[in-house]
Design a protein around this ligand. Structure first.
Ligand SMILES: [Zn+2]
Length: 286
């Protein structure tokens, strides 16, 4: 059996429900869970490394920089409530640049708690899974996430960033050539880069997804909803690849699509097979 988790990052108070509906109806109709990494209280001036506004913000964000809790979008909250195939996980706190790269344990613990607070205030259950913006976590952040969450989904792990107490488990994972591991009760999942990305060639995207899923027991597929819409207009060919992915996942007999919550609660982690991952880890992702 091959296990797949689909992770879509950056849903926030400004995300139009029409975008999520357009992208994910074929998944929902087939009973395939969609994990949404939701920004709890997005900064309206969130920017990339080069200073450009993040693509998940509206073209004309409010003139005065602020943080907008996801619960302020009643339409989005209602939509997610009406469609239980979406599973909300915590994506940072406000999506400041590298917000979980701080070495300060108090700061990062505060951001984790505040993000959880905003999600709960919007009516969601306390999240069990964490996704850091830009997949970037300091040693202090990794330790705090390990104390608070059942699952961490990120790009890859580096020894120099890990809490000292994680080193033996990490070294064992490296020696065994595994991509996924655990420390205490927390599952630590890596992913093979953003295969479903506007920066990848369309012609080979579906084949790359299929190869990733078939070549390892458990694959986290990462994508970003806003990449499928340029200036508000849908990128039809790219959306078509996503929908072909849904068809592939649903029609392949030995593939099972999971939510992170299911993974945390199932007996899977107690078995070794899903941990025996062969493929090397790939490049960073946004
Ligand atoms: Zn993000």
């Amino acid at each position: 059996m091959r296990y797949v988790l689909l992770r879509d990052d950056d849903t926030n108070a400004f995300t139009p429900v029409t975008c999520l509906e357009r992208l994910y109806r074929p998944f929902l109709d087939r009973g395939l869970p969609v994990n949404l990494a939701v920004i709890p209280a997005v900064r309206t001036d969130a920017a990339q490394a080069d200073g450009r506004p993040e693509g998940f913000l509206p073209a004309q964000p409010p003139a005065v920089p602020a943080r907008v809790p996801v619960g302020q979008s009643r339409e989005l909250i209602q939509y997610l409530r009406d469609n239980p195939g979406f599973h909300v996980v915590q994506h940072g706190c406000d999506h400041s640049f590298y917000e979980f790269d701080s070495p300060d344990p108090h700061e990062v613990a505060g951001r984790l708690a505040e993000g959880t607070h905003w999600l709960q205030q919007a009516g969601f259950a306390a999240p069990e899974t964490f996704v850091a913006p830009y997949d970037k976590l300091s040693r202090a952040s990794l330790a705090a996430v390990g104390r608070r969450f059942r699952v961490l989904s990120t790009g890859w792990f580096e020894l120099r960033r890990l809490p000292w107490s994680w080193w033996p488990a990490y070294l064992w994972k490296k020696l065994a050539g595994k991509a996924h591991w655990r420390v205490g009760r927390t599952l630590l999942l890596s992913h093979p880069g953003c295969l479903l990305s506007r920066h990848r060639p369309r012609e080979t995207m579906l084949a790359a997804v299929q190869h990733a899923v078939r070549s390892r027991p458990l694959t986290v597929l990462v994508t970003h909803w806003w990449e499928y819409f340029r200036a508000g207009r849908p990128e039809e060919e790219f959306i078509d690849v996503l929908h072909q992915t849904a068809a592939f996942l649903a029609s392949t007999p030995d593939v099972r699509v999971l939510s992170f919550a299911e993974l945390a609660r199932s007996g899977l982690p107690r078995r070794q097979e899903w941990l025996a991952v062969t493929a090397p880890l790939a490049s960073p992702s946004a």
